[in-house]
Design a protein around this ligand. Structure first.
Ligand code: NAD
Ligand code: GLY
Length: 361
């Protein structure tokens, strides 16, 4: 088993990564826990709900089950309240633990529920998409969406552990694998040029979910993310580099309507746009833009952004949470493996939008 520790100011927690990890979930429940509530959705519930419940029943504790509908549109206030209705009707007390079994939607809403139920109870992340295993389950960002913006209501609240079973990836749709791989290659681009080169060499192994390759990619991604979160848990400064490509990506997601492109697909395209912007603004190498474009295409993500028109692009990018006082802040690359955060000129943005946002939608 691979173990990565997330070390933050108020303590640390492990990310345990291994094939078949679901079978060991009973062993990580703390002794003093009174009861366990699994929170999942209808899709993941059918695939893995019974198995996880049976494993957790081995603890001898009460195990409850909360099944939510599947979809980003249910990461909302009404569904959050349904979780509270269930927890209260089960009479869960402050020593209960929530188990978030699912992708990023389930992880985010369950983490947020845990952070406010009875002023905060423990929770465990059991991420079942590649994107959730390499990104959303690690680092303690929890949230629901508001009609006026994605992830606008939330908290920083860390799980007590993250339990990653690489076997569950085999039931994922191919687009979900591509979406997760966009976040994997992002880590190489911002922090680790050797990991980026390893991804270039292993792209086919990653796409076919070769066991050794995918476990290494998840472990390295978790290490890199943990390192950043350890330095800046609440995104006061350096954590923002994790958002490379996301200013463009979020604009694509909200401009097209959430769900048309998956989050990672939009981020993949955003990585190409961020590379173009880095070349125009701080001299990132042209040949490296081609490497990034090729890689984004190889993992199955789009590399041409939608043509919303410049003014609409600006409007959409202004919604990003990274921005400050109405200025759009971008994560740029000096080189592959080295990211910086800065404001860029209007001309630079215009150049990139004109060059990259050409797809008719
Ligand atoms: P998701 O949770 O919607 O899951 C994608 C789809 O895969 C869903 O239909 C789900 O039911 C299904 N699924 C999950 N596991 C499966 C499995 N093993 N086999 C078959 N199907 C499975 O999407 P996601 O990409 O995992 O997460 C996206 C969400 O994560 C967004 O809401 C985004 O805002 C959030 N996010 C949060 C952070 C963070 O730091 N907290 C970071 C990135 C993204
Ligand atoms: N997904 C970006 C972050 O966790 O900060």
């Amino acid at each position: 088993m691979n173990v990565v520790n997330v070390n933050i100011t108020n303590g640390s927690y492990p990310i345990n990564i291994e094939p078949g990890r679901l079978d060991s979930l009973d062993q990580i429940i703390p002794e003093d826990v009174t009861s366990i509530a699994i929170v999942t959705n209808s899709t993941v519930g059918i695939l893995y709900g019974k198995k996880v419940r049976d494993v957790l029943l081995r603890t001898g504790k009460n195990v409850f089950y909360v099944e939510l509908p599947d979809g980003e549109k249910y990461k909302d206030w009404i569904t959050l309240n349904k979780i509270f209705d269930s927890l209260l009707s089960f009479k869960l007390d402050r020593r209960a633990v929530l188990v978030a079994l699912g992708g990023g939607v389930i992880g985010d809403i369950t983490g947020f529920a845990a952070s406010v139920y009875m002023r905060g109870i423990r929770f465990i992340q059991v991420p079942t998409t590649l994107l959730a295993q390499v990104d959303s389950s690690v680092g303690g960002k929890t949230a629901i969406n508001h009609p006026m913006g994605k992830n606008m209501i939330g908290s920083f609240y860390q799980p007590i552990s993250v339990e990653i079973d690489t076997d569950v990836l085999t039931t994922l749709a191919p687009r979900e694998i591509s979406s997760g791989l966009a976040e994997v290659i992002k880590y190489g681009l911002i922090l680790d040029s050797s990991f980026w080169e390893w991804c270039e060499d292993n792209v086919n192994n990653l796409l076919s979910l070769d066991k050794i390759a995918i476990e290494y990619a998840i472990k390295r991604s978790c290490e890199l993310k943990s390192h950043v979160v350890g330095k800046d848990e609440k995104e006061s400064d350096v954590r923002a580099i994790l958002n490379l490509g996301h200013t463009f990506g979020h604009a694509i997601e909200s401009g097209l309507g959430y769900g048309k492109w998956l989050h990672g697909e939009a981020v993949g395209c955003g990585l190409v746009q961020a590379a173009e912007l880095s070349a125009y603004s701080i001299g990132f190498r042209e040949s490296d833009i081609s490497r990034i474009r090729n890689m984004v295409k190889s993992i199955g993500c789009p590399s041409n952004a939608p043509n919303f028109g410049f003014d609409r692009w600006i409007e959409l990018m202004l919604l990003d949470k990274k921005n400050d006082s109405g200025e759009i802040r971008f994560v740029l690359m000096k080189n592959i493996g080295e990211a910086v955060i800065q404001n860029v000129s209007h001309n630079a943005i215009k150049h990139v939008i004109t060059k990259t946002a050409t797809a008719i939608f």
